[in-house]
Design a protein around this ligand. Structure first.
Ligand SMILES: [Fe+2]
Ligand SMILES: [Fe+2]
Length: 198
């Protein structure tokens, strides 16, 4: 059995909830497709996709406990919104439980929910795969996925912008890291003016 098959099997037993495990398989597949399209390492993208949500089923209080146990410096936004801690904790769990000790995979997993000011091509691929996998249910998904297959940075800008607009419309707090990520990709603004984000 190859390592990927093994990781997929172990992930299914680590994430006992069927829907969440299926989401991880779809994200792995989307990440692999984006990586192949953009000349990146498909195996690493697939692994990052498979393992990105390892911490997703923990409750808010468990996430805070697990972060404290690992001396992870929880910031103010994370304290108010503990669910986002599943991303940095997922990176740690990939190493602890799956012996995945690839810092680029870890950084990509840690940035998959909020984005970050600095994102490697692998981190962009994972962010977009997670946001745009086929079961995500919003009107612009297909169009953003097509854009991601053409241009990762333009898709990052358009996807982050949509996320921020959606969060604002709901009255949710915008994470400083998401604002920083949007800023990083803001030079792509002109390139995505043809994408409808309504
Ligand atoms: Fe997630
Ligand atoms: Fe996810």
């Amino acid at each position: 059995m190859n390592r990927y098959t093994e990781i997929a099997r172990e992930m299914r037993s680590a994430i006992s909830q069927r829907d969440r495990a299926d989401h991880c398989i779809r994200v792995a597949r989307c990440a692999e497709l984006l990586a192949m399209r953009h000349g990146l390492d498909a195996a690493r993208a697939r692994t990052a996709g498979m393992l990105h949500d390892l911490g997703r089923l923990w409750s808010a209080s468990r996430l805070l406990e697990e972060a404290a146990r690992r001396n992870y410096p929880v910031d103010d936004f994370e304290r108010r919104n503990p669910i986002v801690l599943h991303a940095p904790l997922g990176a740690m769990l990939a190493s602890e439980r799956f012996a995945v000790r690839d810092s680029e995979i870890a950084d990509a997993v840690a940035a998959h929910t909020l984005g970050a000011a600095q994102m490697s091509p692998l981190a962009r691929v994972l962010y977009l795969a997670d946001a745009l996998e086929p079961k995500r249910n919003f009107a612009e998904r297909g169009q953003l996925w097509e854009l991601a297959m053409q241009d990762l940075d333009a898709a990052m800008y358009a996807t982050l912008e949509r996320t921020v607009a959606y969060s604002r419309s709901r009255g949710y707090e915008i994470a400083p890291r998401t604002k920083a990520a949007l800023d990083t990709f803001s030079h792509m603004k002109g390139k995505v003016s043809t994408v409808s984000t309504h």
